[in-house]
Ligand binder design. Structure first.
Ligand SMILES: Cc1cc2nc3c(=O)[nH]c(=O)nc-3n(C[C@H](O)[C@H](O)[C@H](O)COP(=O)(O)O)c2cc1C
Length: 242
């Protein structure tokens, strides 16, 4: 049995044909805006049995611009943006207060697909944040009530005591307020859809909101990237080298 990390790494495959369904993706038929494509790919990931397709990486940066990343749950995606929730006082919450801009990353390996989204983030009004929390499970409320996210913890016993009290309160008071709990919305300025290909001719389709400035990268010396702009939706679509 391989126990050496590097040996183990070399023994692993990405997109094993036994478990991965790499589908052709024709960007010419993609919708004019990213949200419908996201909804379509998300539904396909669910239908294909992708475990936990609604978990995503959330990247933020501190005041010096140093990045950090963690997993959070996607709470929704609509015309107002991609939403997630957390404590305003957590590390990510403090990052978002100081620098309200973030990136999201989804990976759905059963289909060899990745989606990246970037844009400014805003906090929903408190009533909406509390409504979103109270529509979730008792466990979600208990976790939020436990609070103090990202603070130093003295011992697991301390956590157990706080968590027991939080579970008890969540069961007794399903509308218990958690003032620090915040629903955040990321308004996409850029969204990239990556479809893996067996011969490594991965298709990357990037949407850029007109006037957002985007990443500032040009199409390259040959200007070979396909770039189409729709006046109606305000999104430019372009292909990227894999
Ligand atoms: C599958 C999964 C889902 C998670 N969902 C959330 C979430 O929706 N909100 C949240 O605040 N933390 C969530 N977490 C915990 C975060 O990854 C992270 O540990 C926590 O938010 C503290 O991050 P911070 O110190 O960067 O603020 C989740 C973790 C995992 C593994």
């Amino acid at each position: 049995m391989a126990t050496d990390l590097h040996e183990l790494l070399r023994s692993l495959r990405v997109w094993d044909p036994e478990t991965t369904d790499l589908r052709p993706f024709d960007p010419a038929t993609a919708p004019e805006a990213p949200l419908p494509l996201f909804a379509e790919w998300f539904a396909q990931a669910v239908a294909a049995g992708q475990p936990e397709p609604h978990t995503m990486s959330l990247a933020t940066a501190d005041a010096s611009g140093l990045p950090d990343v963690r997993i959070v749950m996607l709470h929704g995606a609509d015309d107002e943006g991609w939403s997630f929730a957390s404590h305003a006082g957590s590390r990510k919450g403090r990052h978002l207060t100081g620098r309200p801009y973030a990136a999201l990353g989804f990976y759905w390996p059963v289909l060899g697909r990745q989606v990246r989204i970037r844009g400014p983030v805003s906090a929903a009004p408190s009533a909406e944040s509390q409504g979103d929390l109270h529509a979730r499970s008792t466990g979600a409320l208990a976790a939020a009530l436990t609070g103090r996210q990202s603070e130093l913890l003295g011992s697991l016993e301390e956590l157990n005591r706080a968590s027991d009290a939080a579970w008890e309160r969540a069961a007794r008071e399903p509308e218990a307020p958690v003032p620090s709990w915040t629903l955040y919305r990321l308004r996409a300025e850029e969204a990239e859809f990556f479809q893996g290909d067996e011969r490594r001719r991965h298709v990357r389709l990037r949407y850029r909101r007109a006037g957002s400035g985007g990443s500032g990268e040009s199409a390259g010396s040959g200007e070979s990237a396909e770039s189409t702009k729709s006046g109606e939706t305000g999104w430019a679509r372009e292909l990227l080298w894999p």
